[in-house]
Design a protein around this ligand. Structure first.
Ligand code: T5A
Length: 214
């Protein structure tokens, strides 16, 4: 089996981190011993050394206001480095990559959320990825209020989590439209349910669409 890029997307607090770890453990148990591919967990922003610095700049609150276009370019720079230094080499080795956010987040957050030009964002995504797309994207779809309350109960909120409710609603609308336009690639998972139910649906989707013969 060749390498696979599996992306987890959605608004804040949808449970991506939780479900990525559950998926990693499930994938490890699924493959026969001796035939286990490397399973890489990574994220955007922050999947490389450069990306870690960019993540800090992007998510720390306080300090100088980051304008929308600078924000867009920083996410694009993080992605270009991530694709070149980690994603492409690992795919070439046959690894399965579980990635927390990718190109669709930029369309949803900077396009629908901030209102930046969608054609421009598509071009930037193309530049950053060289045209690489996920093999499968799991959209953890949660009510914005539920997701934000989960994040809030964790304590400190980052710069983007602090944006107003309308911003997060526009982001959700972005994911909704992306999923409708990319049914072969983006699979919706109802993330309002408990962790185990969400996990089960993710495993079903991966089994039926990516790991049929594994
Ligand atoms: N961004 C990113 C852009 O604007 N443009 C871009 O191009 C990119 C790539 C990244 C930020 O950057 C923005 C989007 C983001 O604002 P992030 O840390 O990746 O930051 O994003 P978050 O979505 O904020 O990640 P979180 O860690 O906050 O949320 P997760 O990973 O979706 O959720 P998780 O698993 O940490 O769970 C949150 C809480 O809910 C609980 C967990 O225990 C945890 O406490 N939980 C559940 N509770 C009840 N039921 C369930 N089913 C639960 N699942 C998890």
């Amino acid at each position: 089996m060749g390498g696979k890029l599996i992306v987890f997307e959605g608004v804040e607090g949808g449970g991506k981190t939780t479900q990525i770890e559950r998926s990693r453990l499930w994938l490890l148990s699924r493959f026969h011993s001796g035939n286990i591919p490397r399973i890489i967990v990574t994220r955007e922003p922050g999947g490389t050394q450069l990306g870690k610095g960019l993540r800090r700049l992007l998510l720390e609150s306080g300090g100088e206001n980051i304008c929308d276009r600078a924000e867009l370019l920083l996410y694009a720079a993080d992605r270009a480095q991530h694709v070149e230094n980690l994603i492409k080499p690992e795919l070439a080795k046959g690894s399965i990559i579980l990635c927390d956010r990718f190109t669709d987040s930029t369309i949803a957050y900077q396009g629908y959320g901030r209102g930046l030009n969608l054609n421009l964002i598509n071009q930037l995504n193309e530049i950053a990825t060289g045209g690489l797309q996920s093999d499968l994207t799991l959209w953890l779809d949660i009510d914005v209020e539920v997701g934000l309350s989960r994040v809030k109960s964790r304590g400190i909120r980052d710069r983007i989590e602090q944006a107003d409710l309308e911003f997060h609603r526009r982001v959700k609308q972005g994911f909704t439209e992306l999923a409708a336009a990319n049914r072969q690639r983006i699979f919706r998972v109802d993330a309002n349910r408990n962790e185990s139910e969400v996990t089960q649906e993710i495993q079903d989707i991966l089994t039926q669409n990516l790991f049929v013969n594994c």
